[in-house]
Design a protein around this ligand. Structure first.
Ligand code: DNO
Length: 356
């Protein structure tokens, strides 16, 4: 496995040089944030970012994400040209040696929370989600500003999008995803790029918009659309975790052994209701994701992809991008590294004992 860390480019308040000092972190997960959605990511721009990352001794390991234009998700006639641009961006990243691409197919909104700074008794804050709170928001009236997304909408634009999606149900979204995958995956395959779809976060529909990558049967359906190791999953424990019916460990073993998990986001959450949760520190005991079993599953399937600690809490008075401060994510990376070493060595020792 390769331990990676997300960096939001030159506007990220966290210097790359600091990330370089986190033990065991060797890869960077990043993106171009100044290319309009739908345009081609040029070789020049990607390689400038790559050079910056390499200048501190790190590797540009994962692109997260090249956003999928809404016209593609909506299945509009403009999609063919946009998909061709997407293919060209994949060719460009692949030819620069960046081999993992994380993306999502969530209509309009990426990850969504109702509170970006829920205060805990130890003084830390974390992101939280409460479906009842979300239901009170009227998107056509209230303002919704969640930093961290690639996109933010003007009121009118948002209204137009919501109108367009009122015609789109799950079935159509699946068929638009299929159309997209059948065009992009062969290109990814040719250029050695492994694509990993990010699950919908939270894993259920919000604001009456369809969301389809929410559970195991969806993943089963997804991987069959194009039977290729380039058609993979960014397995995010924090996104699937709120779905209490999903057996994360079983899924990691299943899709991981099939070679369909090129990239994983490891984050812990605490469920507080059927449709509510908040994010917690990474270790198993604080939440509902059994991080020990997660890591063990990855080791046992021989995982060689990229891992990144996901959203952290805000601690030690850090100010920054919600979920993406330095301190708690660095603690997460260290915890995951420790678990990895401990479990891996135990497995090896047990095997040696068996041989004797
Ligand atoms: C949240 C992230 C997501 C992810 C996109 C991938 O923190 O995991 O925003 O980057 O969904 O396209």
């Amino acid at each position: 496995m390769e331990m990676t860390f997300r960096w939001y480019g030159i506007d990220d308040p966290i210097p790359l040089e600091y990330i370089r000092q986190i033990p065991r972190v060797t890869g960077i997960v990043s993106a171009l944030y100044d290319v309009p959605i739908g345009d081609i990511w040029s070789i020049e721009k990607i390689s400038a970012l790559q050079r910056r990352i390499e200048s501190v001794g790190l590797k540009f390991s994962v692109i997260e994400s090249i956003p999928v234009h809404e016209d593609i998700k909506l299945g509009l006639p403009t999609r063919d040209e946009l998909i061709e641009n997407y293919c060209q961006s994949i060719r460009n990243m692949g030819s620069l040696g960046i081999k993992i691409l994380c993306y999502n197919f969530m209509p309009v909104f990426d990850w969504t929370r109702s509170d970006l700074a829920l205060k805990h008794s130890d003084g830390s804050t974390s992101l939280s989600y409460d479906h009842d709170q979300l239901k009170k928001i009227n998107l056509r009236k209230d303002s919704l500003d969640l930093p961290g997304w690639a996109t933010s909408y003007k009121k009118k634009q948002l209204e137009e999008l919501l109108d367009a999606y009122s015609e789109v149900d799950d079935k159509m979204l699946w068929s638009n995803l299929e159309y997209f995958l059948k065009k992009v995956v062969p290109v990814a395959e040719e250029y050695g790029v492994k694509m990993g779809i990010h699950p919908d976060d939270p894993p259920w529909p919000i604001f009456d918009l369809p969301r389809i990558i929410t559970n195991e049967s969806a993943l089963d359906r997804f991987i069959k659309i194009v039977d290729s190791s380039s058609n993979g999953i960014t397995f995010c424990t924090g996104s699937f975790g709120p779905n209490s019916k999903m057996d994360l460990i079983k899924c990691i073993r299943k899709y991981g052994a099939m070679g369909r998990i090129p990239f994983t986001h490891l984050r812990n959450i605490k469920r507080t209701g059927e449709f509510s949760f908040h994010e917690v520190e990474h270790p198993t005991e604080f939440g509902d994701v059994n991080m020990y079993e997660v890591v063990k599953a990855y080791i046992e399937i021989g995982f060689t992809g990229a891992i990144r600690p996901d959203h952290g809490r805000m601690i030690w008075d850090e100010k920054g991008r919600p979920g993406y401060g330095l301190y708690d994510r660095a603690l997460g990376a260290m915890y995951l590294t420790g678990l990895w070493e401990g479990i891996q060595k135990t497995i090896k020792e047990n095997e040696e004992k068996k041989i004797k």
